[in-house]
Design a protein around this ligand. Structure first.
Ligand code: SIN
Ligand code: FE
Length: 289
């Protein structure tokens, strides 16, 4: 299979200039990996990194664009420090995307910034929620009608532990594998789910197919074991980017990561024909949104 990872020799968050091939690679579902791009932390920030920082029942800590911090167990001083660190990461992630993909910038909608202090290898969860299984990101309650999910990840593990991912086959291959098995889309059921507030908006046929792929690949033990895949170690002090609705990925181990998601309208990417929406529409043979 083609190399799923493209290594990029950047060391600064701001002022990046994209080289030919990087945009095409990320829009084709490959991971851009920045081994020399570290999120720099103050010793007092590093000292806070512990699962004990998580409020009870919180999976992650989040900071939204208006400065609301959720999921932290610490006192006021700890909260201020975490919020400062996460806000700095949000700004640097935005600067990186601005430099690399300037045409996206005006159209990006940032999601809350996320700090993930738990060890992903030991988390207990259902098959459907288990991100150690290869999947593409698709969320049952949040239909997006083809809107893209662009993510910036930084491994900030203070003990030098890498974050280990598996990266799988091209999106079109996995779509061809599971579309024939997908249950038919029911507009009636989509309306019901919305009226019961199971979904935040109407689940389109695109959202239905993405969820079918997500669930079916996670539940398929043979696929998990035998499908084309490579294991990648993202060292502590490195950063990587991918469209996680396109890249087949699984997080196997690692602890302490910062993550920033940006949503991007599909028509604002450089090559909309490379998107999951375009690929699924072509395979289905009719409009999906
Ligand atoms: C995921 O998006 O599946 C998880 C990424 C990670 O925790 O490294
Ligand atoms: Fe994921």
């Amino acid at each position: 299979m083609t190399e799923a990872i493209v290594t990029v020799p950047l060391t600064e968050w701001s002022g990046a200039v994209s080289e030919p091939g990087w945009v095409e690679a990320v829009e084709a579902g490959r991971v851009l990996f920045f081994p020399g791009l570290a999120f720099r932390m103050e010793p007092a920030e590093t000292a806070l990194l512990s699962p004990a920082l998580l409020a009870q029942d919180a999976r992650n800590i989040s900071l939204d664009a208006r400065g609301a911090l959720k999921g932290v167990a610490g006192d006021e001083a700890a909260r201020a420090r975490v919020s400062g660190m996460m806000g700095r990461f949000a700004g640097q992630a935005r600067a990186l995307i601005h430099g690399l993909f300037p045409a996206y910038d005006a159209h990006l909608r940032p999601a809350p910034t996320s700090l993930r202090p738990t060890d992903v290898s030991t988390r207990k969860q259902s098959v459907r929620a288990d991100d150690r299984r290869l999947h593409v990101d698709a969320f049952p309650s949040r239909p997006n009608r083809g809107e893209r999910i662009l993510r910036v990840f930084s491994n900030i593990n203070p003990q030098g532990q890498p974050r280990i991912w598996r990266v799988g086959e091209p999106f079109e291959d996995v779509a061809k594998r599971y579309l024939p098995q997908a249950t038919a889309y029911s507009p009636w059921q989509a309306k019901l789910l919305r009226s019961l507030h199971v979904t935040k908006s109407l689940r389109s046929e695109y959202d239905h197919l993405m969820l079918q792929m997500h669930d079916r690949m996670k539940a398929d033990e043979g696929y998990q074991r035998e499908s084309p895949q490579q294991t990648v170690a993202f060292p502590s002090g490195s950063t990587w980017i991918c469209f996680s609705d396109h890249t087949v990925h699984a997080a196997m181990s690692g602890q302490h990561m910062l993550e920033q998601t940006f949503h991007l309208p599909v028509e604002r990417q450089y090559a909309p024909a490379a998107s999951p929406l375009a690929i699924l529409t072509r395979l289905a043979g009719h409009p999906l949104i």
